[in-house]
Design a binder for this molecule. Structure first.
Ligand SMILES: O=C(O)CCC(=O)C(=O)O
Ligand SMILES: [Fe+2]
Length: 230
């Protein structure tokens, strides 16, 4: 079978061109399983969301509490450092003020000063029939423009449940992209707006993400969002 999930050789270029990039493996299968095993425990989490109750879809997720598990905290800091040049390039092209600081600790301090103090990394769990409606993970005025999803389950553990991105272009119809996820790979994508180069200059596209309906099996993901919530 053709392996469709592979790291992009130039993630910044892939993010620019398609609004997403596979940054390669960041967790081995044992680390994926260890994180997924945390889900039933109450202690690591600050809140539990049953998606149906909010009209978000079917399935559930939990936001991690501070202090984040070591592996999640380490990934959040290292992935931020990898993505900050692309985030700053986008901010400049979209005419947005101040650059994002070089370290995640410094960015978190900005979030805290803006009243956004709750950690946003989360774990999501889906079973047969579950799905996640198209959405944007914005939790206040301050937002880092790129986030990351990591598939914790082995891909053969479920059917359907594809990660979907839609892109809304000004005065045009939306287009969709299905992004294959490989277990343990970090896939980066735009949180909301991103710049796109057109023939008559740069324009802004609005991106949303979601998950198509699972036809069978179980699917767990780790979501890493870099801005904290109000
Ligand atoms: O489960 C997924 O693939 C999507 C997760 C998600 O919405 C997120 O990480 O923000
Ligand atoms: Fe999300």
């Amino acid at each position: 079978m053709l392996d469709l999930a592979h790291p992009d050789s130039d993630p910044a270029e892939a993010l620019d061109a398609h609004g997403h990039a596979d940054l390669g493996p960041v967790l081995d299968p044992a680390a994926c399983a260890a994180l997924a095993a945390l889900y039933p425990e109450p202690a690591p989490f600050r809140s539990h969301v049953v998606m149906r109750r909010h009209g978000f879809g079917e399935g559930e997720y939990k936001y991690f509490a501070d202090p984040l598990p070591e592996a999640v905290a380490a990934l959040r800091a290292s992935l931020y450092a990898r993505l900050v040049p692309a985030a700053n390039a986008w901010a400049e092209r979209m005419g947005r003020g101040r650059p994002y600081p070089a370290t995640h600790a410094a960015f978190r301090a900005l979030c805290a000063a803006a009243g956004q103090t709750k950690p946003t990394p989360l774990m999501l769990r889906y079973g047969p029939g579950d799905f996640n409606c198209l959405h944007q993970d914005l939790y206040g005025d301050l937002a880092f423009p790129i986030q990351v999803v990591i598939l914790l389950s082995p891909p053969e553990a479920f059917e359907g449940g594809e990660f979907v991105l839609t892109e809304q272009r000004p005065r045009m119809q939306s287009r969709a992209e299905v992004v294959p996820l490989a277990q343990g790979h970090a896939v980066a994508f735009a949180v909301s707006d991103r710049p796109r180069q057109g023939t008559r200059g740069t324009y802004r596209v609005k991106q949303r993400h979601g998950v198509s309906r699972l036809r069978a099996g179980e699917r767990a993901t780790l979501g890493i969002i870099f801005h904290d919530a109000a």
